[in-house]
Ligand binder design. Structure first.
Ligand SMILES: [Ca+2]
Ligand SMILES: [Ca+2]
Ligand SMILES: [Ca+2]
Ligand SMILES: [Ca+2]
Length: 636
């Protein structure tokens, strides 16, 4: 391995009241200019099985299907929200290398329910097309409303058997600060939105929050509909959230209300074209992103992304045709996606559910659960998610990675895996019976209590499942980890975990009983989704869940780009889970909504979602079903 010159990458700083060594700052009238020099370490070239990998220390890797997995650097800068920014980067000392072998290419992301998609043909154009690119957005970072500049430097570019490599960049950032701050108030922390009929019950939660210093306001959907303009209920609610942000400086928004009907209703395929306010206690936003497998799904991120980089309202309908989050034949809306408030939903459908979840939250936060031994257990559940040559058990590799890298110093590991038979009664070869009843082990371990549980594999609205090692095709025997049909057997009482679920549709909280007839991804009838069922259960289940409202995606196999990080945690759904545990375990984000929001922000910084449909879907569909102001581990 060649010795590399170390560079500080991933620096992040707020320019206000901060100076940074090595950066020259010039002010000309109102325009300020930052100049910075970045040195790039030497590249390392590795050959494996006839393919070469080009490595750079601490780099990210391009992940576009069929394209070379080339290294790049992400540099993130924060400015006060509304700052106008222009960036120029010049490469220095460019060298050209002849490449004898092919560079390893990115596989298409795999759907966590089935296999599909073809690899796009490689073009003869230079890749990537420029030496750098950047993305601007508006978001809430460490309590500050900021304009985020994520700058991507591509020191290695490929064209027809040659790579160009630059040893460094001269970066120039011109920026103009906004005349005055867009948000300057700090009177409330939490906004709760609920239907009128539940307002009195929700007031119990408000009082509880206030008792812990979380300043809380409650507003009803009916009042918002009456007083706000908007093309549909969801847009009215979003304008209301924007007002509350500007008037009171709220940080968290809790949406209390799910779908009214248990039997009929809407789901993704119909959704994008419809306004379904009457069907919902609190409205939802369907986005019309078509991945060739489904035409739409719910995105609660819509209610969190209030501003774009310039401090303008983030409409999610930039082409103005009344269809939101479009990315399909016929149109594409440009979305900011960075959360400006942290949003979670209690998708309640009855007073009984509402009472259950409020009681669980109050009890959890009041009983200092972090001091109790059960909280220090982290449950990992996984198996072989996708077939690959090395028979890597992606669900085991990823959950272990989260544990070892972010959680091990505070948590005790409890794992249920297929490769060692702990999930499957000692059976490690494909076995229909052992696979069918594996859920008994999940019920058993979860019933002992744990602070966190992470299940990484396949999903549907009714189930989370995986496969035996080396038998991960759709027709191989399934290993059923947990189902809505059996989770009522849980006996964990008030020992409630935060459950992270990697899989398709587990958090499809728009599901109704008869949807399975028209929805090919539902498989079995259910009137509610896996992730909400866990949260709404009385005196057991989960305190909150994080999962996908649509088809989830993951990377297959081990380490194709040979950078030492398993690809299944480096890309797509695995990466957002990785960022969640990183936010909690390393960055110390222990208010659940902020943990969620930090994961989303990190993901967007590294993989700009407007460049890749699957990255866009990954952040849009990852919903928090729970209280975003929840103090993880409760109050001491
Ligand atoms: Ca549109
Ligand atoms: Ca935003
Ligand atoms: Ca595998
Ligand atoms: Ca890797």
């Amino acid at each position: 391995m060649k010795k590399a010159i170390f560079v500080t990458i991933f620096i992040a700083f707020v320019l206000v009241n901060t100076s940074y060594a090595g950066i020259e700052r010039i002010t000309k009238n109102s325009i300020k200019i930052e100049k910075e020099e970045v040195k790039i370490p030497e590249i390392e070239i590795k050959e494996t099985n006839g393919y070469i990998s080009i490595l750079l220390e601490n780099a990210n890797y391009l992940h576009y299907p069929g394209k070379p997995m080339l290294p790049y650097y992400t540099k993130v800068y924060y400015f006060p929200l509304g700052t106008k920014i222009e960036v120029d980067c010049k490469p220095k000392n460019i060298e050209v290398y002849k490449i004898e072998k092919e560079i390893v290419k990115a596989n298409p992301p795999m759907i966590k329910a089935m296999v599909k998609e073809t690899i796009k043909a490689d073009t003869q154009e230079i890749f990537p097309e420029s030496w750098y690119s950047y993305n601007l957005g508006g978001g809430l970072v460490d309590g500050k409303h900021v304009t985020i500049l994520s700058l991507h430097l591509y020191p290695v570019r490929y064209k027809q058997g040659e790579i160009e490599f630059t040893h460094g960049f001269d970066i120039t950032i011109d920026y103009t600060l906004p005349a005055k701050p867009i948000i300057n108030n700090d009177e409330y922390d939490l906004l709760i939105i609920c239907p009128e009929e539940w307002k009195d019950i929700v007031d119990t939660l408000r009082q509880h929050k206030e008792s812990h210093g979380i300043r809380t306001i409650v507003e009803t959907v009916e009042n918002i509909y009456a007083e706000y303009d908007g093309r549909d209920g969801a847009e009215k609610v979003k304008y209301f959230i924007k007002d509350m942000l500007e008037e009171y400086g709220i940080k968290y928004v809790l949406l209390v209300g799910g779908k009214k009907s248990y039997l009929f209703g809407n789901w993704g395929m119909d959704g994008p074209m419809k306004s379904n306010d009457a069907l919902w206690y609190v409205p939802v936003r369907y986005v019309a992103l078509n991945d060739n497998a489904e035409g739409g799904y719910i995105s609660d991120l819509y209610f969190a992304d209030i501003y774009d980089a310039y401090g303008n309202f983030s409409t999610w309908d930039t082409n103005g045709n009344g269809i939101y989050g479009e990315w399909r034949w016929g149109g594409k809306d440009i979305l900011d996606l960075y959360p400006d408030v942290y949003v979670g939903r209690l998708a309640c459908r009855s007073v009984a559910e509402l009472n259950n979840v409020i009681e669980k939250i109050i009890n959890y936060e009041n009983s200092n659960v972090a001091s109790q031994p059960w909280f220090r257990r982290m449950l990992l559940v996984g198996g072989d998610t996708f077939n690959d040559v090395e028979k890597i058990c992606e669900g085991e590799v990823s959950t272990l990675y989260f544990y070892n890298n972010y959680m091990a110093d505070k948590f005790e590991k409890v794992s249920l895996f297929v490769s060692d038979g702990t999930l499957t009664f000692g059976v490690t070869q494909p076995n229909k019976f052992a696979g069918r009843v594996a859920w008994i082990n999940v019920i058993k371990e979860m019933s002992k209590g744990c602070g966190f549980a992470v299940l990484d594999g396949h999903g549907s609205p009714t189930a989370w499942a995986t496969h035996f090692r080396g038998y991960a095709s759709h027709d191989d025997p399934w290993v059923n980890g947990l189902m809505t049909y059996n989770m009522d057997l849980l006996r964990n009482r008030d020992m409630l975990p935060i459950v992270v679920i990697g899989g398709c549709h587990n958090s499809e909280f728009n599901i109704s009983l008869f949807d399975f007839i028209k929805n090919e991804w539902t498989y079995q009838p259910t009137y509610e989704c896996f992730s909400w069922h866990l949260v709404k259960m009385a005196n057991k289940g989960a305190i909150a869940t994080l999962g996908n409202t649509g088809l989830g995606y993951g990377a297959t196999g081990g380490d194709n780009n040979k950078n030492g990080i398993p690809d299944c945690v480096e890309f797509n759904g695995g990466y957002i889970e990785d960022r969640f545990f990183n936010a909690y375990g390393i960055k110390g984000k222990d208010i659940l909504g902020e943990t969620w929001g930090t994961a989303i922000i990190d993901y967007i910084n590294t993989y700009p979602p407007m460049k890749d449909l699957i990255d866009c879907k990954t952040v849009e569909e990852w919903v928090l079903l729970g209280d975003p102001s929840l103090k993880i581990g409760g109050y001491p």
